[in-house]
Write a protein that binds this ligand. Structure first.
Ligand SMILES: O=C(O)C(=O)C[C@]1(C(=O)O)C=C[C@@H](O)C=C1
Length: 357
């Protein structure tokens, strides 16, 4: 076959794809109407997981699983935006890793609202200024984001999903690598790319700025400058990626939470986050946690934070595998409450187990 004949085949397939995509979108709109009538959530993480999982099973290649997932992320993003003018708040400014995490989950069709603090993301969800919010909760090398933990103590918002984002740092510039006179980035990002910079841009001036996003913004305005930043910064500031993944150590992942007003429905592979405080007496925490060891419910994380009302008293944040509606989890929570002064379930949501999508 000739090139034109092959392209003719692609044109015919594209016509069919557009027809089918619109048919799918019309059905999503019908679903949206039903959800609105029932007062149900528009974003349904449990259903999205089922859709993506099924696609992975159906996919015989050569399309890589990751590409298929990215395509469907955008298809579902378009459905979400048409079902309702969906607004997502995130810890800004634009092009931060939290923005990147939000975009990786909600796609390019919904509206994003940049917030200057984690507290503002919570408030925007609480006050219904937005539908959902995205905040960082922990990093694989730096540990917990304490501002996020502390804000859960006094809020009505619920965790409805989690997102794992590999922190990938890139060299962005309008110039070729030979003409770069200076590099902007955040101090921490320079630290994470030290070896690469020594080997590839020796002697080039390194200028620390407040965020990787503002580094990209500056490099986009200057012809002989570069920035170290995430991929979204290259997209938003129209600046090319010269080199991907220049961080010296790979495997740096940040976990983010999607804040909403309801729990996600059970999927069979879920995670639950709880907050509790125990009586101020010897062995109280040990007694509380022993409830898990006897139950078969797998605790995956524990953090403690000062409770901020009395010195040396703490709140505990625990994640465990399972959904709060599972029988085993219900029994465990009931037993745990006997040892607690306060116990709240912050959310149950699909367990992403460290993976993307
Ligand atoms: O099934 C739904 O509830 C839909 O609205 C459709 C759809 C999709 O496009 O598949 C869109 C958004 C939801 O988060 C989940 C799925």
């Amino acid at each position: 076959m000739t090139l034109d004949q092959w392209r003719g085949k692609i044109d015919a397939i594209d016509a069919e794809l557009v027809r089918l995509l619109n048919e799918r979108t019309r059905i999503a709109l019908e679903i949206g109407k039903l959800k609105k009538e029932a007062g149900a959530e528009i974003y349904v993480p449990s259903r999205e997981r089922a859709v993506l999982q099924r696609l992975e099973e159906l996919n015989g290649g050569p399309l890589p699983a990751e590409s298929l997932r990215a395509i469907y992320r955008e298809i579902m993003s378009a459905s979400l935006a048409l079902e309702r003018d969906l607004k997502i708040a995130y810890l800004g400014p634009r092009a931060t890793f939290t923005h990147e995490a939000a975009r990786s989950r909600f796609g390019g069709s919904v509206e994003y609202v940049s917030c200057s603090t984690i507290g503002d993301v919570f408030s925007d969800v609480e006050n219904r200024n937005v539908d959902y919010g995205v905040v960082p909760i922990e990093n694989s090398t730096e540990g917990a984001v304490t501002h996020t933990l502390d804000r859960f103590v006094d809020t009505t918002v619920r965790i409805c999903a989690e997102i794992f984002l590999p922190i990938s740092l890139n060299l962005l510039s309008r110039a070729g690598r030979e003409s770069i006179a200076r590099v902007y980035s955040k101090e921490e990002a320079f630290g994470q790319c030290r070896r690469w910079l020594n080997e590839n841009l020796p002697g080039v001036e390194q200028i620390p700025v407040g965020s990787t996003a503002s580094a990209a913004e500056r490099a986009a305005r200057e012809e002989d400058s570069a920035a170290i930043a995430g991929w979204l910064a290259s997209d938003l500031y129209g600046i090319s990626v010269l080199e991907r993944n220049i961080q010296d150590v790979s495997g740096n992942v940040t976990r983010f939470l999607v804040l909403g007003r309801s729990f996600s429905a059970p999927t069979g592979k879920d995670k639950t986050s709880i907050l509790f405080s125990v009586k101020h007496k010897a062995g109280a925490l040990y007694d509380a946690l022993s409830v898990f060891s006897g139950s078969g419910v797998n605790m995956t994380r524990i953090e403690s934070r000062p409770n901020r009302t009395k010195a040396w008293e703490y709140n505990f944040f625990v994640d465990f595998e399972g959904h709060a509606e599972d029988e085993e989890a219900k029994r465990t929570l009931e037993k745990l409450s006997e040892h607690c002064l306060m116990l709240r379930v912050l959310g149950s949501y699909p367990n992403m187990g460290g993976t993307e999508s």
